[in-house]
Design a protein around this ligand. Structure first.
Ligand code: NCD
Length: 311
């Protein structure tokens, strides 16, 4: 694996390999072995053009646990605010010897450009591009689902995952639909018609406008953040109306099967798409998702950088 740009790049065997590698790395972390040596002497750059808490910290923790040197670059406070292009930034990173670049960008397709333009020779990992994709989020979600619903092994054949909310602006939803299908899960998207993207009928999943009708039979419910920062129009009447139709509250949660889990990629709008008591309930695996993010990103960096000797 040279890059990870899209969840669609991962075939069944690739996806299972990443999940199994993450499982081993998580076990090593749990045993308290401290830092693992495989990426010693390698440099990982976190190139973040968009705000992030979990993803950036998680990639940093992952790279450091594998003994890589980590450079954190955020567009705010860099020469990007002086108008420097992605190309010139990439050439600078190349000159400094980056072995892998983890990029988050507000433009869909930026990681593909970085990987394919020939500006850098290292691997590229998409950490979220615009409203397009977020493959490592889908991997950590699959890892979490597998732990809870499949005892941490194999694939997700027959698992019913319901993804609810602002699908229109969500790179998490797109990457999840792709990867979950690869792993054999059945996906249903639930959203108001205004928050579904154009062309949704071509996605490999069911679509519903009715959350209440979609709870029964769900093994996992993944709530998406309402992404106000990407909204340039009114997509629903008001927050109250949205949460009464599409928010996960305790009444709705109690209608889920006993074994069903509640997920959210974060950051949450508590009281909007998810109520605080649901977010903090036993069903919620939201904090676990964050922890799993580190293991999955360790696996991705390990597999991309090959764990080989430094250049
Ligand atoms: C998501 C993202 O940035 O795409 N968050 C994350 O990476 N954990 C989802 C979101 O912003 O709502």
């Amino acid at each position: 694996m040279k890059h990870l740009l899209s969840a669609a790049d991962l075939g069944y065997d690739d996806a299972i390999l990443i999940l199994d590698t993450a499982k081993q790395l998580a076990a090593a972390t749990e045993q308290g072995v401290g830092k693992l040596p495989p990426l010693r002497g390698r440099t990982v750059v976190n190139l973040f053009y968009e705000d992030s808490t979990r993803t950036r910290i998680s990639f940093e923790a992952a790279a450091k646990r594998l003994s890589a040197d980590v450079i954190n670059f955020s567009a705010k406070g860099s020469s990007v605010s002086k108008g420097e292009s992605l190309k010139d930034t990439a050439l600078t990173l190349e000159a400094m010897g980056a072995d892998a670049v983890v990029i988050r960008h507000n433009s869909s397709g930026a990681p593909h450009r970085l990987a394919n333009a020939g500006w850098i020779s290292g691997g590229v990992v998409n950490a979220g591009d615009g409203t397009h994709e977020h493959p490592t989020q889908a991997l950590l979600d699959a890892f979490t689902l597998r732990n809870h619903l499949r005892n941490g092994d194999g694939d997700l054949k027959g698992v019913n995952v319901t993804i609810v909310g602002d699908v229109l602006h969500s790179r998490v939803a797109r990457s999840n639909v792709l990867l979950l299908n690869t792993l054999g899960a059945k996906v249903r998207l639930v959203a108001p018609p205004t928050l579904l993207p154009y062309g949704i009928e071509d996605w490999d999943c069911e679509v519903s406008y009715d959350l209440d009708a979609s709870l029964e039979g769900s093994d996992a419910v993944m709530m998406l953040r309402v992404q106000r920062e990407r909204m340039n129009a009114a997509y629903f009447p008001n927050a109250h109306e949205y949460s009464s139709r599409y928010g996960l509250n305790v009444t709705r949660m109690n209608r889920l099967a006993e074994s069903a889990i509640v997920m959210h990629p974060g950051p949450m709008n508590r009281g909007m798409e998810i109520s605080a008591d649901v977010a903090d309930s036993d069903r919620s695996v939201i904090v676990e998702q964050v922890a799993n993010g580190v293991s999955v990103r360790m696996a991705v960096l390990y597999l991309i950088l090959g764990g080989s000797e430094s250049k």
